[in-house]
Ligand binder design. Structure first.
Ligand SMILES: *[C@@H]1O[C@H](CO)[C@@H](O)[C@H](O)[C@H]1NC(C)=O
Ligand SMILES: *[C@@H]1O[C@H](CO)[C@@H](O)[C@H](O)[C@H]1NC(C)=O
Length: 251
């Protein structure tokens, strides 16, 4: 198990502790009011991930972004500054998908219940979940954003970065990631010859297509070259809706 995990990490780059936007640019401040910055600890190491506000009291992110002392910052642009639009809220419960396997990134999705509801402002606003009939098709252009690294070994970004990514044919990721890639629960994003991708620190961040959340950034190659793999939100809609309904306020 440990050996498998090490081999896996050698080949791939999981978001927590590592993913960042490569080949993108700084976002217009507060133009993505649904973005959440997530901070947590794994064995006393500070880690960061992205996430997306889906309701006043819930953030959707990747399951591999689970740690202790979790909190989220909403309404941020420059994460190292104390901006007046920022709302820092503690996480009362982290609910990873019950069938998440850290060894192979299966079902890499998690809901975070916030300790209090976010105040909706022009800088803090939920993004809608995909409609049941929505689809992403190869060639379609979507975008992702995050405060991750912009290259292997670089510093984490202070300001929110964004990048446009093209949906790839499933076989691109099936060839590259073999049994780890599952077309019914994952989306393959980013043209192989273009240096555009999510990277360390961007894990958990949303893939936005036509103003809907279609994906959650899960993993890519260690050298940051595309394509990258997003968890397909559409295939987890029943779990997301059921979980938000069952988790009572103040839980
Ligand atoms: C992922 O790992 C779990 C637990 O080891 C296993 O049951 C499952 O079949 C694996 N999935 C894939 C696609 O390898
Ligand atoms: C892909 O995921 C679906 C849905 O979880 C599952 O039923 C199927 O067995 C998986 N395929 C493989 C090859 O693991």
């Amino acid at each position: 198990m440990q050996l498998l995990l090490l081999c896996w990490i050698f080949l791939l780059f999981p978001g927590a502790g590592a993913e960042e936007i490569i080949g993108g640019h700084t976002a217009r401040p507060h133009s993505r009011p649904y973005m959440a910055f997530i901070q947590f600890l794994i064995e006393k190491d500070r880690k960061r991930c992205g996430g997306v506000l889906v309701r006043k009291d819930f953030v959707l992110t990747a399951a591999h972004c689970k740690g202790s002392s979790m909190n989220v910052i909403l309404g941020a642009h420059d994460i190292n500054k104390k901006e007046r639009d920022q709302q820092k809220i503690l996480v009362s419960r982290a609910i990873p998908h019950p069938d998440y396997y850290s060894s192979n990134f299966t079902n890499d999705i998690m809901l975070l219940k916030l300790k209090k509801k976010a105040s909706i402002t022009k800088s803090v606003k939920p993004l809608i979940l995909p409609g049941l009939k929505s689809r992403v098709r190869p060639g379609q252009v979507c975008s992702t954003a995050g405060w991750g690294r912009v290259a292997p070994g670089s510093k984490f970004s202070e300001q929110l970065q964004e990048v446009q990514l093209k949906v790839q044919a499933e076989k691109e990721c099936e060839l590259l990631f073999s049994t780890y890639y599952n077309r019914s629960t994952q989306i393959c994003m980013g043209e192989p010859r273009q240096r555009k991708n999510g990277f360390q620190g961007d894990s958990g961040g949303p893939l936005v297509c036509l103003n809907e959340i279609q994906g959650i950034f899960s993993y890519t190659r260690k050298n940051g070259m595309p394509p990258g793999v997003f968890t397909k939100v559409l295939s987890f809609l029943p779990w997301i809706k059921r979980t938000m309904k069952q988790t009572m306020l103040g839980d």
